[in-house]
Design a binder for this molecule. Structure first.
Ligand SMILES: *[C@@H]1O[C@H](CO)[C@@H](O)[C@H](O)[C@H]1NC(C)=O
Ligand SMILES: *[C@@H]1O[C@H](CO)[C@@H](O)[C@H](O)[C@H]1NC(C)=O
Ligand SMILES: *[C@@H]1O[C@H](CO)[C@@H](O)[C@H](O)[C@H]1NC(C)=O
Ligand SMILES: [Zn+2]
Ligand SMILES: [Zn+2]
Length: 449
């Protein structure tokens, strides 16, 4: 394929000599704007699509939960080996971190999460999950596939890309997004040490295929879980005066928790407190000793989040005490770290709109309203500028796809070329656009001649 045939190496070298040129020279920016659609054309080749579909179906049949993604990781490494991509393993238990390019700065990272969910797939199809009680119901099988696809695009054009890949693309395959905070472990392992930006995507059944959506600033909430044991004194349902009823106390606790958002939060500062778990008693005529409640709380700023956390403790203990009960509260931050707010970098938003617009047409680059869902991608954004976006997969001529975490969740595999090519283009263009304006580059130009 005449890949990048439209850009002469001279233009590229000129470009590297003075990266400011790209904005002043319409020639080079025109040429660069063709990269995303060229990469999409390549990713749409039937042989590439079939290969990606094959990988995804294998992953879908063999879902693994957070920090148990051993087979998934093995499959990723086998594909990287076949392509000759260098990687580090293990990073954060099952994670794989690959490298494509010069091995030198700048470094730009692309991320995919690998874990599945503890739920039973209800979709009857040829490649249904083979593991009872486990399912890829959040599309992480598709995320892994599209990042492997991006690796293939970058690696197969290694020769042509020599002019473009003046830096290194870091491929981050991370464990345990669904609650386990795998991203935080990747960060502690130092994998982002020299990285100057990171991109991540999530499939989205509410967006049309061929469209993407995101926004600058906060896009997903900070999130935590809590659990409380409210203890009283059990006894006969007919003799309440000899008991301390934890069911009634827990009920009042739950009602009071609802007032945190409705009465204490700024109505324009979105927050959620949901009690999703209520366990206690088992008989019609026995007041139990204790009740366990639990749930999720979310906010769009660290201050609001920490305020909620503190008030959850105060309301549960205070309201339990009103009815003579004791309460103990756990946030389980060891196993389930609080996810920070996902905040998209403003400059990367501009970069994303440019690259995705060049590939899909700017009308297909949509604004996404913030969501109260959370993503551990936020841990990366705490250490480097990061950008998270949603990739459409709904084909309106077909049936409406079910939402995330549904046992009927399905992937539209036609989306894979878009995701793979977007990953690759965001990275390639980033390395070009964000080359350090370093006088030494001129020396390099002469050396290369
Ligand atoms: C980051 O760069 C420094 C200096 O070049 C190097 O010593 C270190 O190993 C790099 N870290 C990673 C994770 O690549
Ligand atoms: C609550 O804790 C106090 C102090 O440990 C204890 O004396 C009391 O019996 C407890 N009450 C219940 C209902 O468990
Ligand atoms: C949507 O589905 C139709 C019918 O299967 C197909 O012909 C078309 O190519 C699909 N569109 C995209 C963008 O994949
Ligand atoms: Zn999920
Ligand atoms: Zn997910």
């Amino acid at each position: 394929m005449g890949f990048f045939k439209w850009v002469s190496p001279v233009v590229v070298l000129l470009y590297l000599v003075d990266s400011a040129l790209v904005y002043s020279s319409s020639l080079s920016s025109n040429d660069l704007s063709k990269i995303p659609s060229e990469l999409l054309d390549f990713a749409k080749a039937p042989v590439i699509v079939d290969w990606m579909v094959g990988i995804r179906r294998k992953l879908h049949e063999n879902p693994e939960l957070g920090y148990e993604e051993f087979k998934t990781s093995e499959l990723i490494r086998a594909e990287l080996d076949k392509m000759g991509v260098r990687y580090n393993y293990p990073v954060a238990v099952t994670g794989v971190v690959g490298f494509i390019g010069t091995g030198k700065p700048p470094f730009v990272a692309l991320r995919a999460d690998m874990d599945a969910l503890p739920m039973q797939e209800m979709v009857e199809w040829e490649h249904k999950s083979k593991i009872p009680g486990k399912m890829h119901a959040c599309g992480h099988d598709a995320h892994v596939t599209m990042l492997i696809g991006a690796a293939k695009i970058l690696q197969e054009h290694h020769e042509e890309l020599k002019f473009f890949l003046q830096g290194t693309v870091v491929l981050v395959f991370q464990p345990a997004e669904e609650g386990g905070g795998g991203a935080a472990k990747i960060v502690s392992a130092g994998a982002l040490e020299n990285v100057s930006a990171i991109f991540g995507l999530h499939v989205d059944p509410s967006i049309r295929i061929g469209e993407v959506a995101s926004r600058s600033g906060p896009i997903l909430a900070g999130s935590g879980i809590f659990e409380a044991v409210i203890s009283g004194k059990g006894g006969h349902a007919a003799i309440p005066q000899h008991t301390i009823d934890p069911i009634l106390a827990a009920s009042n606790v739950i009602v009071s928790l609802q007032h945190l958002v409705s009465r204490e939060a700024d109505p324009l500062d979105s927050q959620v407190v949901t009690v999703a778990k209520f366990q206690g008693g088992g008989a019609f005529n026995v007041i139990p000793d204790s009740v366990t409640i639990g749930g999720s709380f979310r906010a769009f700023s660290k201050e609001s989040f920490m305020q909620l956390r503190q008030r959850i403790v105060e309301v549960i203990t205070g309201q339990a005490a009103v009815q003579r009960c004791n309460a103990t509260i756990h946030f389980y931050t060891e196993e389930r770290p609080f996810y920070p707010v996902t905040v998209n970098d403003k400059n990367l938003h501009g970069h994303f709109r440019k690259v995705a617009g060049d590939m899909l047409g700017i009308d297909n680059v949509c604004d996404k309203k913030p969501l109260m869902a959370a993503e551990d991608f936020a841990f990366y954004q705490q250490v480097v500028p990061g950008y998270f976006f949603f990739l459409g997969m709904q084909n309106e001529t077909r049936k409406q796809l079910k939402s995330f975490h549904s046992p009927y969740f399905e992937i539209n595999e036609d989306m894979f070329p878009y995701g793979a090519a977007l990953h690759a283009s965001l990275a390639v263009r980033y390395l070009l656009d964000f080359q350090p304006k370093d006088p030494l580059v001129e020396g390099k130009y002469h050396d290369e001649l």
